[in-house]
Design a protein around this ligand. Structure first.
Ligand SMILES: *Cc1c(COP(=O)(O)O)cnc(C)c1O
Length: 365
C-alpha cells in the first residue's frame, strides 16, 4: 500500500496488527520520563552499494535481525539525530526545523563514510512515522522524541566503509529530560577525559562519541552531578560542551557567549538561540572560554548565568559546577532571568505558540 512517493522511493505502510491498547497508551503518555517507552511503528530504508536507497517501509516496531559480524557491532559505523514532534492546543502536530536535522545527518554521514540520504526523504520518513503514530504525540508539556539513525549492517570483519546500511526512525513519547524537572543541573567538569579532538568526530552525531563519554558521565554521577562538561583535548583548558548539549554563558550586562564550532556538535538549539537572541538585540559572541576564566568570572560576578541547551532538555540552567579539587555556584544556584526568558521564548516557538516569522515550524498534515 504505497502512501507517499519521493523520487523513486515509495514508502510502503504495513500497519501493526497488535497496536497498543488506548488505555495502556494513555498510561504510558501520563508517565513522562525520557526514552523508555516507544510507539507502535518504525521506518526502515535500506541502502546497498550499487543499488542505493530502496525498500522504504513504515512497519511494526520490531528487533533487527543482524548478523553477528555486522560492521556496526565491531567498528561502530553509526550516526543518529534527535528532534521532537509537538501537539498544539488545536491538536495540530508540528516539527521544529527538521530540514536542519536532515542537513546535519548528511554532514555526519559524510564524516563517517556513510551514504547521504536526500533531505526530503529524511523529512518524509519522519512525517510518515508521526502520521501513523500520531496518537502517541503527547499534549501539554510532553512531546514525541524522534530518533532517526543509520548503521552499517554488512557482515564483514575487514576495516572499510560497509556496503549495506539501514536507515531507521523510531519514536518515544517523552516528558522532562532531567528527572528533577526544569531545576538547575549540577555539572561535573572532566579534567581527565576529553570528548573530541581536532580532525576527529566531535562535530558528527555518531554513537562512538557517546560511547567515549560514558566513563566521564559515570564519574559525574559518582560526584552527584547529572552532566559532564568536556574541555578541549589539546590543552585540557578550553570549555567545549556537555556530553549531549552545547553551553552558553550570560554576562552581568545581559550579553551572551558560547563556545565556537569546530570540535563541538553544531546544535540546532544553539543556532536557534543565537538567532533569537540577536533578533532581540542581545549581543552574542562565539569565543573560546577557558575553565579557569569561567571560575574567575563567576567569582567576581562578571558571569551571572550559564545554561546547557539541546533538543532533549531545551534550555537547562547550570546551578553548580564541580571538578576534581573544588566546586562553585553560579549566581544563587537558581535559573537566572536571561536563561528563563530564552527558555520560555524558544519553547513557545518550538510549540508553535508564537508567530513563526522565520519558517522554523513544519506542520504535519
Ligand atoms: C545532539 C547534540 C547536541 C544538541 O544538538 P541539538 O540540535 O540542539 O539537539 C549538542 N551536543 C551534542 C554532543 C549532541 O550530540
Amino acid at each position: 500500500m504505497p502512501t507517499a512517493t519521493a523520487n523513486a522511493l515509495t514508502f510502503t505502510l504495513h500497519p501493526t496488527d497488535t497496536p497498543t491498547a488506548e488505555a495502556e497508551r494513555a498510561a504510558i503518555l501520563a508517565q513522562g520520563g525520557f526514552g523508555t517507552a516507544f510507539t507502535d511503528h518504525m521506518v526502515t530504508i535500506d541502502w546497498r552499494e550499487g543499488k542505493g536507497w530502496h525498500d522504504a517501509q513504515v512497519r511494526k516496531r520490531a528487533p533487527f535481525q543482524l548478523d553477528p559480524a555486522a560492521a556496526v557491532l565491531h567498528y561502530a559505523q553509526e550516526i543518529f539525530e534527535g528532534l521532537k514532534a509537538y501537539r498544539g492546543a488545536d491538536g495540530s502536530i508540528t516539527l521544529f526545523r527538521p530540514d536542519q536535522n536532515a542537513k546535519r545527518f548528511n554532514a555526519s554521514a559524510t564524516r563517517m563514510a556513510m551514504p547521504t540520504l536526500p533531505e526530503h526523504v529524511f523529512v518524509e520518513a519522519i512525517e510518515a512515522l508521526v502520521r501513523v503514530d500520531r496518537d502517541w504525540v503527547p499534549g501539554g508539556d510532553g512531546s514525541l522524541y524522534l530518533r532517526p539513525f543509520m548503521f552499517a549492517a554488512e557482515p564483514f570483519l575487514g576495516v572499510r566503509p560497509a556496503h549495506h546500511f539501514i536507515f531507521s526512525v523510531i519514536a518515544s513519547p517523552v516528558g522532562n529530560y532531567f528527572k528533577s524537572g526544569p531545576k538547575p543541573v549540577k555539572v561535573w567538569v572532566s579534567r581527565e577525559y576529553t570528548r573530541a579532538a581536532k580532525g576527529g568526530t566531535g562535530a558528527a552525531k555518531c554513537g562512538g562519541n557517546y560511547a567515549a563519554s560514558l566513563v566521564a558521565q559515570a564519574q559525574a554521577y559518582e560526584n552527584g552531578c547529572e552532566q559532564v562538561i568536556f574541555l578541549d583535548a589539546a590543552e585540557h583548558r578550553w570549555i567545549e560542551e556537555l556530553g549531549g548539549m552545547n553551553i552558553f554563558f550570560v554576562r552581568k550586562d545581559g550579553s551572551l557567549f558560547t563556545t565556537p564550532l569546530g570540535t563541538i556538535l553544531p546544535g540546532i538549539t544553539r543556532a536557534s538561540l543565537i538567532e533569537l537572541a540577536r533578533d532581540k538585540g542581545i549581543q552574542v559572541e562565539e569565543r573560546r572560554y577557558a575553565f579557569d576564566e569561567w571560575q574567575a568570572d563567576v567569582a567576581r560576578g562578571e558571569v551571572t548565568e550559564a545554561f546547557a541547551c539541546g533538543t532533549a532538555a531545551v534550555v537547562a540552567a547550570i546551578g553548580e559546577v564541580q571538578f576534581d579539587g573544588g566546586s562553585f555556584t553560579i549566581g544563587n544556584g537558581e535559573t537566572g532571568p536571561v536563561t528563563q526568558a530564552l527558555r520560555q521564548e524558544l519553547t513557545a516557538l518550538q510549540r508553535n505558540q508564537l508567530p513563526d516569522t522565520r519558517g522554523w515550524v513544519h506542520k504535519i498534515a
